[in-house]
Design a protein around this ligand. Structure first.
Ligand code: F3S
Length: 412
């Protein structure tokens, strides 16, 4: 592996023990993946922020690194924490959990990591350009950055993303290299795909088929291009049920539309690439639904809600009252914009909540007493039984809001 003189210096401890430790991690990854060298990253996104996932050992690790003087040298952004950092009491979080979570956040902010607490950094001002190298770690964010924005990131672990932020480098392997960004499967979608739930069901099913491959979608009979929310849902679902970190959609995503002809041909490789035909989405929908009628909790906002999502929910809840708990989770940036437009007040007048900084997958939901959830997120539906012990219904935002209003699930 080739290291520049500056990188060799970091490894030898010329910039202190914190940078040396970070460079040791980056170099070890490069060794494992037989990278020829390192690439400079323009930003890092740090997962592993929730105290639920980190525990005391993870907290200690971060505090020790911070005490050594670790400091990020590129923009670094926090993934969601285990609670709304301001309104955690309203979530039912215990003071003990809140205290430890605050310590995690303090350790990260002391290193210069921004308090974004979101898996949608591209909605809060960090929009990487095509071709830029990143060290992002939350799987849906990585998928969006690679696929929709054309940036280049592997799915880093939390510590390796932090090491990349501290050194400004990551190992040059995987999706940083053009040859690994070609499609491995062509997916011919023959049925209509309409809602975010449809895109989630499609993503769930395709992720299971392709694992960590790179699917290339061709949507037949689809007059409307997918919206930003649809792309977020598709990518998040494939990253959860498989390990898809990059996908292409013909006529939509940058590397399926704007590459030079030879590279595009390589990206499709239609003649040699296995083809998956999707005739309906029933299997995906079915797999993400537990048979239950009574709903006591509704979750919207996985990945974190866009401003348009919050507006839709506000319109649906205007003047109504929820029977089941309903949480909309989003970034503090989007919540603040929605507050200015009066949408948070409208939603919360119904009894629902708009929480920032967190989501149901990384919050300690098992302590909240809910048993039966409705969600429009395939990723949340996929993880909830194992992560939180929740049975779940999965469907459109409209179905979910209706479930919150009636306390019951109605099939479409
Ligand atoms: Fe984001 Fe949490 Fe879902 S991190 S993608 S809202 S599981």
């Amino acid at each position: 592996m080739r290291l520049t003189r500056e990188e060799q210096g970091m490894l030898a401890g010329a910039e202190g023990p914190a940078v040396q430790k970070a460079m040791q991690m980056v170099a070890a990854l490069a060794d494992v993946y037989e990278a020829e060298g390192l690439v400079r990253v323009s930003s890092a996104q740090i997962a592993g922020v929730s105290y639920k996932n980190l525990g005391d050992a993870g907290l200690q690790f971060l505090q020790d690194w911070a005490a050594q003087g670790a400091r990020v040298r590129v923009p670094a952004l926090m993934n969601p924490a285990g609670m709304d950092l301001e309104r955690w009491r309203e979530m039912g979080i215990s003071p003990q959990f809140a205290r430890q979570q605050q310590h995690v956040v303090e350790a990260l902010t002391s290193m210069g990591v921004s308090l974004t607490c979101t898996c949608t950094p591209y909605l809060v001002g960090t929009v990487p350009r095509a071709g830029q190298h990143l060290a992002w770690s939350e799987s849906s964010a990585v998928s969006y950055a690679n696929s929709v924005l054309g940036a280049r990131s592997n799915r880093e672990g939390g510590p390796s993303a932090l090491a990349a932020a501290i050194t400004g480098r990551t190992a040059a392997y995987g999706l940083h290299l053009s040859e690994n960004r070609a499609a491995t499967h062509v997916v011919e979608v023959q049925c209509p795909v309409r809602s975010e739930a449809d895109y989630g069901a499609l993503g769930y099913w395709v992720g299971q088929q392709v694992g960590d491959g790179v699917p290339y979608f061709r949507f037949q009979n689809q007059s409307l291009k997918p919206s930003q929310e649809h792309l977020m849902a598709l990518g998040a679902a494939m990253a959860a049920s498989g390990a898809v970190a990059l996908y292409h959609i013909e006529g939509v995503t940058p590397e399926a539309t704007s590459l030079p002809a030879t590279e595009r041909l390589q990206a499709v490789r239609a003649k040699t690439t296995p083809t998956i035909n999707v005739h309906d989405l029933a299997e995906g929908h079915l797999a993400l639904n537990s048979p239950l009628d009574e709903i006591d909790f509704v979750s919207l906002g996985c990945p974190h809600s866009t401003l348009a999502d919050v507006e839709r929910v506000a319109a649906m809840l205007d003047g109504k009252r929820v029977r089941a708990a309903l949480w909309v989770t989003t970034s503090r940036h989007v919540r603040s914009l929605a507050e200015q437009r009066g949408w948070v007040a409208t939603i919360e007048a119904s009894g629902a909540k708009v929480f920032a900084d967190t989501c149901l997958v990384v919050a300690p939901m098992e302590e909240m007493g809910f048993t039966a959830m409705a969600t429009n997120s395939a990723k949340a539906a996929f993880y909830s039984p194992s992560h939180s012990g929740l049975k779940r219904r999965f469907g459109t935002m409209e179905q979910c809001v209706e479930a919150a209003l009636t306390g019951r699930w109605r099939q479409s």
